[in-house]
Design a protein around this ligand. Structure first.
Ligand code: GTR
Length: 436
């Protein structure tokens, strides 16, 4: 033993020195490493960060006009595909539609509802998604439409008993008795405000995100990433759940383009939380969406990843490994290595109107990070002579700021409520309807 220690150049004093050094190292690095892994709710701990330049081409040249931006835009899309969301298939598959139900006296006669099955292959069988579309009953010309995916099946967005029950929602499938199933109608009606939207002249289209891919790590095995892999010529791991949901939003748009009662130039894609992330990615890829709304979309959505506040890349990848591509996991605790940050996703919406909304109690989504992300997308809007937020600091609670890029932070929890919808209606009216 003695010889061994000697050979290793160690004696008791040496061992003590080494363990002292190790302890010091651990004391210094331990909290730092741990700190990066944990989430942070303390503004004073956020620290400095530098965002990747949205207006600098990979060649190092600065974007000087619209033509250059087109090039940079393509580069940014590719960076998000490779590092964050995976591909957004360009192929539409053999999509076709079947109107299953039309109710001309929906919502006590105030609306018309249409339930349309969107088939993704030539056959009239799975995989498909079911969409519900409400339109104001008394319209003489095509109307603007808000579209967004829902969390719990179409029957959850309103108590309307004409809505077909979701065929896919796992919770719903547990209820076998008709009476039980009726009870869960309108479960998330407070998030949709269909009556208000209809009353203000807008249509609303929604579909269940689980029709595309169920939201759990193995969901891709039964979702469109598997069932459409031949049709779309893409392997399941080349895209992600968020990309699959976003792609579904575009397929809803395909239908809306065919509906004479819809103004296809005024379709606004919206989404809350994880579905806000999907709405942003859909809006970035599909410029048919005339405006994009991110409601409390947070990490991997509107919020800056480099800002260490609220949810982190590590946390989101750990809890939801299926939302992003595998490469995104290489940025766990290393956001600075990411070649993009989320202000670049928001910039991809330009010059179209963009609304980012937060809530005061939704610290997990990092409201300030969402605001700053919108702020840092402004230079791209300026290229198009569009006005952004027009302020440097976050606005007072419950007050919206900005023109083509708009922001508010609502009092309350992580949710989408009447307050938010009323702001979105004003935003759409000011940016899309009245101003041509
Ligand atoms: C949370 C997740 C967030 C957000 C949210 C939601 O658990 O950490 O990124 O997407 O879920 O979708 O409700």
């Amino acid at each position: 033993m003695r010889n061994y220690k000697k050979a290793m150049g160690l004696n008791m004093g040496g061992i003590a020195k080494i363990s002292f050094c190790l302890t010091v190292l651990l004391l210094c690095w331990g909290p730092l490493l741990q700190a990066q892994e944990e989430f942070n709710y303390d503004e004073s701990k956020v620290g400095a960060y530098t965002l990747p330049a949205v207006l600098e081409l990979s060649s190092g040249r600065l974007v000087s006009g619209n033509k250059d931006w087109k090039k940079r835009r393509t580069e940014i899309i590719k960076l998000f595909e490779d590092n964050v969301y995976g591909k957004f298939p360009k192929k539409r598959s053999n999509i076709h539609f079947e109107t299953l139900k039309i109710d001309r006296h929906a919502l006590s006669g105030r609306a018309i509802s249409k339930q349309v099955r969107i088939y993704f292959t030539k056959e009239k069988k799975q995989p498909y998604m079911d969409m519900i579309l409400y339109l104001p009953a008394k319209v003489t010309k095509p109307v603007p439409v808000f579209i967004g995916l829902n969390f719990k099946g179409n029957q959850s967005i309103d108590g309307d008993s004409a809505i077909m029950l979701s065929e896919k929602h796992p919770e719903l499938l547990k209820y076998t008795k008709a009476k039980e199933q009726q009870l869960i109608r309108g479960e998330q009606a407070e998030r949709w405000e269909i009556d208000t939207l209809i009353g203000r002249g807008f249509g609303v289209a929604s579909a269940y995100y689980g029709d595309l891919e169920l939201d759990y790590p193995e969901g891709w095995k039964t979702g469109i990433r598997t069932t459409l892999k031949e049709t779309l010529a893409i392997q399941p791991q080349e895209w992600s759940a968020i990309s699959a949901w976003a792609w579904g939003l575009s397929r809803m748009m395909d239908y809306l383009e065919t509906d004479q009662q819809v103004n296809k130039k005024q379709v606004i894609v919206t989404g809350h939380s994880r579905l806000g992330k999907a709405a942003l990615w859909a809006g970035a890829n599909d410029t048919r969406f005339a405006a994009v709304i991110s409601n409390n979309s947070g990490e991997g959505g509107a919020a800056l990843s480099r800002r260490w506040f609220g949810e982190t890349i590590n946390r989101i990848n750990t809890n939801f490994p299926h939302w992003f591509v595998d490469r995104y996991k290489t940025y766990n605790n290393n956001a600075t290595a990411l070649p993009v940050d989320q202000h670049m996703l928001l910039a991809l919406i330009a010059p179209r109107p963009l609304y980012v909304a937060s809530a005061t109690e939704d610290l997990w989504a990092d409201p300030r990070g969402e605001f700053l992300s919108a702020k840092n997308a402004e230079p791209v809007y300026s290229l198009f002579h569009k006005k952004g937020l027009g302020v440097v600091d976050m606005p007072a609670t419950d007050t919206s700021v900005g023109e083509t890029v708009r922001y508010h932070i609502r009092t309350g929890k992580h949710n989408i409520l009447l307050f938010d919808w009323l702001r979105y209606i004003d935003f759409a009216n000011e940016n899309l309807i009245k101003i041509k």
